[in-house]
Unconditional design. Structure first.
Length: 279
């Protein structure tokens, strides 16, 4: 294992102390890098029998992310439990209000209570990092309601530091682009349906196969809008006819390329005023 930078060594010491003060962990696991590192460190510092990963194989999780999560747990000898949340059956969720994420997390943390009954002395953890407090994340309120612990936030670990630590431990997804839930691609107040989620997933998988690894397809009911990093826009425009044809086959009436490029959380701009008034 390579040497670790002094600042990251200090951060790891803080994290080791954080975990060592607790008997065990039940980690809300998504396959993303944040929760992967939280679960990996639980396994490292608390031991196999005291580190439980729990993933919901829900409609809003990409199939490839679910498969990656399973692979990570196999590779690092981590116990994984799979549950099935049914947030699409919840009207408050599928109407897609600005606090949709709250209802999603409320479902997840509520369903996790069954796992907590099996491991009553363990804390429930999530992958929230210190940078997450700078964005609109109603799911944080659900975490507070259910008293979910966030080691990365508590130890003030930034997203970049988190990736560096994951790279140090050679976690397979340390440089994986952020992959928020599929529902986040649908503008607020546009209904979330399983059909839309599958169209988004298929469209993004298709674009991945064409060489665009970091991509979002926003679903505007009749058309899909593609976001890729600004430096990849020229390549996408060269393939526009082919992409449009494939989008049509998926059920989109139109395919639009966002010339601004990829911006994480772009749909939150539409609720900026609402959020500022509520805070």
């Amino acid at each position: 294992m390579p040497e670790i930078a002094e600042n990251l060594a200090l951060t790891l010491n803080k994290l080791e102390k954080w975990y060592s003060q607790r008997k065990g962990s039940i980690v809300a696991f998504s396959g993303g890098i944040d929760s992967t590192l939280v679960l990996f460190l639980a396994r490292k510092y608390q031991g196999k029998s005291n580190a439980i990963g729990v993933i919901s194989n829900s409609e809003s999780l990409k199939k490839k992310d679910f498969e990656l999560a399973q692979s990570v747990c196999r590779d690092f000898d981590i116990h994984l439990e799979v549950i099935k949340t049914s947030e699409l059956e919840e009207e408050r969720y599928n109407r897609n209000p600005v606090d949709r994420c709250y209802f999603c997390k409320e479902h997840l943390y509520s369903d996790l209570s069954k796992i907590v009954e099996k491991y009553p002395d363990f804390d429930v953890l999530n992958g929230t990092n210190f940078d997450d407090f700078g964005d609109y994340r109603p799911g944080l309120k659900a975490a507070a309601k259910f008293r979910i612990n966030s080691p990365m936030a508590d130890c003030e670990v930034s997203k970049e530091e988190l990736r560096q630590i994951a790279r140090y431990f050679n976690l397979p997804n340390w440089d994986k682009p952020a992959s928020p839930c599929l529902s986040s691609r649908i503008p607020y107040h546009h209904a979330v349906t399983n059909k839309k989620l599958r169209q988004i997933e298929d469209a993004e998988n298709m674009l991945n196969e064409m060489g665009f690894s970091n991509v979002r397809v926003r679903h505007y009911d009749t058309y899909g809008k593609i976001e890729v990093p600004k430096e990849e826009l020229a390549q996408l425009f060269l393939l526009q006819d082919k992409v449009t044809e494939k989008f049509s086959a998926l059920g989109f009436e139109e395919c639009v390329i966002d010339t601004e490029g990829l911006v994480s959380g772009k749909l939150n701009r539409a609720i900026k005023d609402v959020v500022s008034k509520s805070n």
